[in-house]
Design a protein around this ligand. Structure first.
Ligand SMILES: [Cu+2]
Length: 399
């Protein structure tokens, strides 16, 4: 078996400008998304992303549709002649028809013509589905087996070469134009597209793209080869183009539907989580608003003989005797005890006992449980005042 030639590596870009344009478009596409994400809410970035993806998908679908329908009008390619002037190079493209007697005898006949070089190209017809599921090896093995049978049969190793291609048939043929430079192409198909066979319209597509003679051999099981007339070719071209376009259109629609559904659910998810956050925040704000206000720092004094009692005498007193605090949150009290002796804020039920020394000091009032607690001074100072809220006694309200 002659050495198998490898398919040249294809770059997704045809030129440097194309790659540059792609990069530029990528940046232009990402910029609004990044801006929206940075400046607006998350859902806005998602909407921008959806719009950009949608436009991109439409563009790709449009281009692909043109290709599928065969509306692209590429410049016809005609390779320069290779080898001596007398040499004739024939490319034979076949897949499921390779085992047909009619094709094999044609290969044999051509191989016997002097100065004729043959290349048998077998596109393995790997669908995107097969690529995803990893069924490539099976398809390649199948193609290899078909090619081997044909090559064994031709047995003219010097003039017949074989090649398997993983690429799309038309691209595979284009590759051979660069490496083999055929003077003639023979495309062999069935009249209907089999599950794993070449499309009958392939010959027409090759004729449109390449400026070399193209023969189309239509082979049915066991019968002689037929070369369809122009009308039949046009029908193949139309029918299969339409079928492929419809299939692609359906796939594109399904893809767009899935994409839209995913994006919509993402937007919904983000929106609902944002709404939940907002609700939680407003609930917290409402709760905070419902509670009585609490001062950050309470400044007060203790003054001897300060407040006049109902009986007309002046009594020792705290200038503030009602304290509002949050349960569990320490409250700072700055107390200037102008008296010469200590006093205290003592509330046994609240676990509070602050000894207020003469002079100005800062104390921490901490009540763990909510509730209203009576406090009083435990230092013997003004006995009446110690028993009367508003003087040396009062209330701590923890909320
Ligand atoms: Cu006191």
């Amino acid at each position: 078996m002659p050495p198998k030639r490898t398919t040249p590596v294809r770059s997704p870009f045809h030129s440097e400008q194309e790659a540059f344009r792609f990069l530029l478009l990528l940046i232009l596409g990402l910029l609004p998304i990044v801006l929206a994400a940075a400046l607006g809410p998350t859902w806005l970035a998602l909407v921008v992303l959806a719009v950009i993806l949608g436009v991109l998908a439409l563009r790709v679908a449009h281009l692909r549709m043109r290709k599928v329908r065969g509306l692209q009008l590429p410049v016809k390619m005609a390779p320069p002649h290779m080898g001596s002037a007398a040499e004739r190079r024939v490319l034979i493209v076949a897949n499921d028809t390779l085992g047909e007697e009619a094709l094999l005898s044609e290969v044999e006949r051509l191989a016997c013509v002097p100065d004729t070089h043959l290349l048998l190209l077998v596109p393995a017809l790997i669908s995107p589905g097969a690529r995803l599921t990893g069924a490539i090896d099976g398809l390649l093995d199948q193609a290899r087996a078909r090619l081997k049978t044909a090559l064994d049969r031709a047995a003219h190793g010097l003039v017949v070469a074989g090649e398997i291609s993983e690429a799309d048939p038309l691209e595979a043929i284009e590759d051979t134009f660069a490496t083999f430079a055929p003077d003639e192409v023979i495309v062999s198909t069935r009249s209907e597209r089999a599950a794993s066979g070449l499309e009958p319209r392939l010959a027409g597509l090759v004729r449109e793209r390449f400026a070399v003679p193209v023969r189309h051999l239509v082979l049915e099981l066991g019968s002689a080869a037929q070369e369809p007339d122009e009308d039949t070719e046009a029908r193949y071209r139309h029918e299969f183009g339409e079928v492929a376009a419809r299939k692609f259109g359906l796939k594109a629609l399904a893809g767009a539907g899935i994409l839209a559904a995913v994006l919509m659910s993402m937007v919904a998810l983000v929106q609902s989580s944002e709404r939940d956050e907002a609700r939680a925040a407003s609930q917290a704000a409402e709760q905070a608003a419902a509670l009585p206000p609490v001062a950050k720092l309470v400044v007060l004094k203790v003054i001897a003989a300060y407040e006049r009692g109902p009986e007309g005498e002046k009594h020792d007193a705290f200038t503030t005797t009602e304290f509002a605090v949050r349960a569990g949150q320490p409250q700072q009290l700055r107390i200037d005890n102008t008296d010469s002796v200590p006093h205290s804020i003592t509330a046994p039920a609240a676990g509070v006992n602050i000894v207020v020394m003469p002079g100005t000091h800062t104390y921490t009032l901490l009540v763990k449980q909510p509730g209203t607690f009576l406090w009083f001074c435990t230092f013997v100072c003004d006995e009446w005042a110690m028993q009367h809220p508003g003087y040396m006694s009062g209330y701590i309200t923890a909320s």
